[in-house]
Design a protein around this ligand. Structure first.
Ligand SMILES: *Cc1c(COP(=O)(O)O)cnc(C)c1O
Length: 350
């Protein structure tokens, strides 16, 4: 039996429909803005998000970097969560390349930040301070375990930032998961954000690519910054074609990933050696800790040897992510493997 890979939804492979669309994609030179498929993807994405324009970029990391470079000048400051992807997993790119300082505010367990703490972090007009320009939010929140922020939760954080004239960027790598979990329209959820980055390469299963969305003026400026970081691509329509299939055909399917993550988490409640907080299982991720004498590294190796791969988030937390190709059978199999490696099922569990 092939191994069940729950490390991330980025391990998904392009679907047959994507390969077909890539094969037939009409292409041109996108640095001249003459690739019709890239243009279609950008228009369709902007429309779905209710924004004026969108820009196809190579990755979520590039989308966030280009957004920060466009919102901030050298010496400016962006406020973001201390568990945000941009702060933790993007090599400090905004500082390395943009001279932007990242001012962190603690992320709460649900992935939000306390509006009072955001307000406290915003600098006054003082020659000693960097200028605070930007607030970055993340939805769903990766390191908090795929937690979903509602419009109201985002609004409470955005409201204070807007009071001080800050721009708002949303790292929406999995914002489709958030909209599906909430049962709301994407455009409504992100209405108050000036820019949004989203990934086609995660739950939507496209092989490569993200989009940065915002106003026409913002995207015109972002186009230059994408060029600065080497993100101008030529016949990128072969990639955009797959992303378009993701956008058009794979969004509603995310509900299955969420149901499967719940099924996995509920099953894990019966296994002796793991702890799961069901309140935080809100999209396609299950974050868990071990309750075992075995060190984490050994557990990961034993699970892998039995055919189950999960990822380590830090020395305490492990993560399992559901995605295309993971169905009920794979979840049951994953639970059997966990039970075997982690001390069996609790008494009374079926
Ligand atoms: C995956 C991810 C990114 C970055 O995407 P890459 O395409 O891997 O660069 C950014 N933000 C969040 C929240 C993510 O989960």
């Amino acid at each position: 039996m092939p191994s069940i890979d729950l490390r991330s939804d980025t391990v998904t492979l392009p679907t047959p429909a994507m390969r077909e669309a890539m094969y037939h994609a009409e292409v041109g030179d996108d640095v001249y803005q003459e690739d019709p498929t890239v243009r279609r993807l950008q228009e369709a994405t902007a429309e779905k998000l209710g924004k004026e324009a969108a820009l196809f970029v190579t990755s979520g990391t590039m989308g966030n970097l280009v957004a920060l470079l466009t919102h901030c000048r050298r010496g400016d400051e962006a406020i973001m969560g201390d568990n945000s992807h941009t702060f933790i997993y993007e090599c400090g790119g905004a500082s390395v390349l943009g001279g932007i300082s990242m001012h962190t505010v603690p992320n709460l367990a649900d992935g939000s930040m306390d509006p009072a703490q955001i307000e406290w972090a915003i600098r006054g007009d003082n020659v000693h301070f960097p200028r605070t320009r930007l607030l970055c939010l993340e939805n769903t929140h990766n390191r908090c375990g795929g937690t979903v922020l509602s419009y109201e939760q985002m609004h409470r954080q955005i409201e204070v930032a807007k009071k001080y004239g800050l721009a708002i960027h949303l790292d929406g790598a999995r914002v489709f998961n958030a909209a599906i979990a909430l049962g709301v329209k994407m455009a409504d959820l992100v209405a108050e954000c000036d820019s949004v980055q989203l990934c086609f390469s995660k739950g939507l299963a496209a092989p490569v690519g993200s989009a940065l969305c915002g106003s026409k003026a913002f995207i015109d400026e972002a186009l230059r910054n994408r060029k600065v970081v080497g993100g101008g691509m030529r016949q990128a329509g072969v990639l955009a074609a797959a992303a378009l299939v993701g956008l058009e055909q794979m969004v509603d399917r995310l509900a299955e990933d969420h149901a499967n993550a719940r099924m996995l988490a509920e099953g894990m409640l019966d296994i002796r050696g793991v702890n799961v907080d069901m309140n935080l299982v809100q999209s396609n991720m299950v974050m868990f800790t071990l309750n075992s004498d075995k060190p984490q590294e050994q557990v990961l190796q034993e699970l892998a040897a039995e055919g189950l791969r999960v990822s380590s988030m830090d020395s305490l937390h492990l993560r399992a992510v559901t995605h295309l190709g993971i169905g009920e059978a794979e979840i049951k199999q994953a639970l059997c493997i966990m039970a075997r490696v982690l001390g069996g099922r609790k008494a009374g569990a079926v």
